[in-house]
Write a protein that binds this ligand. Structure first.
Ligand SMILES: NC(=O)c1ccc[n+]([C@@H]2O[C@H](COP(=O)([O-])OP(=O)(O)OC[C@H]3O[C@@H](n4cnc5c(N)ncnc54)[C@H](OP(=O)(O)O)[C@@H]3O)[C@@H](O)[C@H]2O)c1
Length: 124
């Protein structure tokens, strides 16, 4: 089963009842509130599928993202997705889009590789 919007304690409680394989909490470049749940998923080998991975309806606005995007000849959304993918080996982002152009752009983000310095500039 998968769980959504849960703390490590809640996942641990649920796992006593049923096997849990994935967790979906809100998480993106601008919203790292569930960092502790991400770390728990990493330690326990559970998939973490962030919802609103590119900021949802609000989108993403950040000088750091824009600067990195410019330096990489990529878009802000691509850098935000690349950042998520490099943030954790259990991260499984599924950005929502109604546009083929954005879908292609988002898939191509998997080819954007951020250096250790770039990750540091983006807050790790
Ligand atoms: N578990 C939960 O509680 C929960 C809650 C909410 C959502 N979800 C799920 O999480 C998934 C994603 O969340 P979400 O759709 O709310 O948020 P999201 O993927 O962060 O953002 C979607 C928005 O970003 C825009 N967008 C995507 N790619 C873009 C790009 N390359 N350039 C510019 N704009 C771009 C889309 O506009 P365009 O259409 O114009 O591309 C859309 O407005 C969905 O599958 C959803 O069902 C789960």
């Amino acid at each position: 089963m998968g769980l959504s919007e849960v703390s490590p304690e809640e996942i641990a409680r649920a796992r006593k009842i049923v096997p849990i394989v994935t967790v979906q909490n809100r998480y993106n470049f601008d919203d790292r509130k569930w960092e502790n749940t991400l770390k728990y998923c990493e330690q326990e080998g559970l998939g973490f599928m962030p919802w609103a991975p590119v900021g949802g309806m609000r989108g993403l606005k950040s000088d750091a993202l824009e600067a990195t995007a410019k330096a990489k000849n990529a878009t802000v959304y691509q850098v935000a997705i690349a950042w998520l993918l490099q943030r954790s080996p259990v991260m499984l982002p599924i950005p929502g889009t109604s546009s083929v152009k954005h879908l292609e752009e988002n898939v191509a983000a998997s080819k954007v590789k951020l250096t250790a310095d770039e990750m540091k500039a983006l807050g790790g």
